[in-house]
Ligand binder design. Sequence first.
Ligand code: CA
Ligand code: CA
Ligand code: CA
Length: 235
Amino acid sequence: MTPRLLTRTLLAAALGAGLATSAHAGLANGSFEDLLVEMPGSLFVQTAAENVPGWMTTASDGKIEIWQGMGPNSEVPEGPSEDGSRYAELNATQSSTLFQDVTGVAADAIVGWSLAHRGRTGEDTMRLTITDLGEDGVFGTLDDEELFTDTFTDGLAWQQHSGTDIVALGNTVRFAFEAVSTANGDLTTGNFLDAADFGVGVGVPTPPVPEPGTWAMMLAGLAATAGIARRMRRA
Ligand SMILES: [Ca+2]
Ligand SMILES: [Ca+2]
Ligand SMILES: [Ca+2]
C-alpha cells in the first residue's frame, strides 16, 4: 500500500466510524421521504395511503397528508421538516389513526421507539399507542395487549421523543399515531410527525460522536503518518 493510499484508507475508516448508524428500523418510511406521487412546488398533498409506502390509515377516504419543508430558511410559516424534506400531518381530511403493523419482533425482545412532533399553529397534542395484536394478529380483538401509550404536547419547534423499555410479546405490533387536540381546535389541521421509528435498538442513545478536538487530533495523527511515509520514501 502506498503512503497516500494508506492515508486515504485511514481517513475513510475514521469518517466511516463517525457516520455509522446502528439502529434496527422496524418501521418502513418512518421519515415520510418515500412518496409515490409528485408534489412539485406544493406545500402538501392529501393522497391515497398506497402512495405513502409503509403507512396505513383508518380514515374512511384512505387519505394521508404529506408536507414538504422548504429548508431551514423557509418563507413558509409551517417551516421545514425535522429529518429529510418531508413529514406527515396527522389527519388528512378526517379524524383517524395513522399506523403501521410491524411483524418479526421476537418475544421478550426489548424494543424502543422514537419520533419527532410539533404543532402547526401553536401547541398540538398527539398520542402514540403501541399494541401487541395477540395470537390472532387482528387489531381490536380481546387478545390485544397495549404495550405503551403516551401523549405529547409540542409547540412550533420540532421536539424529539423516545422510549426504550417495551418488552415485545412476539406477535404483530401496531404502532399508531392519533391527534388528540390542536391549537386551532380543528383535529384535521395540526400535529406534524416526522422521523418515526420502532424496533430493537431504537431510542437508545447513540455512541458519542468524537468531539471536534478529537477529530483534529486524529487528522494531525494522519498527517504525521503521511509525513513519516513521505520521508521514508525519500530515504
Ligand atoms: Ca422526513
Ligand atoms: Ca389535514
Ligand atoms: Ca388481536
